[in-house]
Design a protein around this ligand. Sequence first.
Ligand code: ATP
Ligand code: MG
Length: 290
Amino acid sequence: MIGNLNNPASRNGSRPTPDLSQPILSVENLTVSFDGFTVLDELNFAIGYGEMRFLIGPNGAGKTTLIDVITGKSKPSKGRIIFDGTTDLSRRQEYQLVRLGVGRKFQTPSIFASLTVYQNLEVTLGFRSRITRLLGKPRRGESDRIMSTLEEVGLQHRAQDVAGGLSHGEKQWLEIGMLLVQEPKLLLLDEPVAGMTRRERDRTGELLQSIGGERSVLVVEHDMDFVRQFAQTVTVLHLGKVLSEGTMEDVQQDPEVIRAYLGNSRSQRPQAGRLNGRREAEHAAPVAAD
Ligand SMILES: Nc1ncnc2c1ncn2[C@@H]1O[C@H](COP(=O)(O)OP(=O)(O)OP(=O)(O)O)[C@@H](O)[C@H]1O
Ligand SMILES: [Mg+2]
C-alpha cells in the first residue's frame, strides 16, 4: 500500500515524486479508543489520487473521529496513516497538516465575519506568505491566486463584500475557498451541505466535482439524496470498521448496510425514523430510490 518508500529520490534528499498508482491516503489497521471504548477498530481504508470519496455511516460510526485522527486532532493507539507516499500522519501534529497538503473543513463555517471575502483568503495565505518572504521568495501571483480561487467557488462577484453578510451556503463556499487557496492535495469535508438549500446543495456538488480530479476529496455526508446524486464511490463506516464499499447503488442494497442503519448505532443521538433518504431524514439509511 505504501508508495515510494524505496524511491531513490528520498535517499538523495530531494522530494520523492508520488506514485499516482498508489493511494494518496492509506489508513492501515487504525485503532482509536476513548476511555477504553474503541471508536475506530483496526480500520483499513484508502483513497486514490484525484478521487472524490464519500464516507457515510450511522451516527457514532466514527466518521468524524477518522477525520480527527487524519488531521492530528486525535491520536491512534495503533496503526498508520500513510499520506502521499511517505508521510505517516499519525505522527504529525494538527498545525503541520496545511504545510503537508491536507485541508480540513468543519461542519460550521469558521470565517472572519468582519473581513471581506477577498481578505479572508488573503489572511489565510498570510502565514504561508510570511514564510516565503522570509525565504526571500516574492508574493508574486498572490492576488491572481485569490481571484482564481474565488472564481472556482463562485464568489468572485462577492470579493469586496463583508463575509458576515454572506448566505450560509456562500459562507461554506468561502471556507472551501480558504482551503483551496492553500493548494491542498487532500481535502476533508465534514457534512458540507448540512443546512443548505437545495440550490446551494446542487452548486456545492458541482463544486466538489470540479475540485476532484486535481485534488483528492473525502466527503462525510448524511444527506443521501446528495450522495446519490454526486458520489461515484461510497464507503460505509459502522462501529469503526468499513462495512461496505462501492457505488451508492451497491451499498444501499447491501443487507449489512440496511441492518446497520436500522438501529445498531452506538451513538446516544437518536436515529432518524424515516428511510427514504430525504433531507429531513438526514441520518436515515441509504435505501434504494424509487
Ligand atoms: N473525544 C472523544 N471522547 C470520547 N468519546 C468520543 C470522542 N470523540 C468521539 N467519541 C465517541 O466516538 C464515537 C464516534 O463518534 P464520531 O463523532 O466519530 O461519529 P460520527 O460517525 O461522526 O457520527 P455523526 O454521524 O453523528 O457525526 C461516538 O460514540 C462518540 O461519542
Ligand atoms: Mg460526525
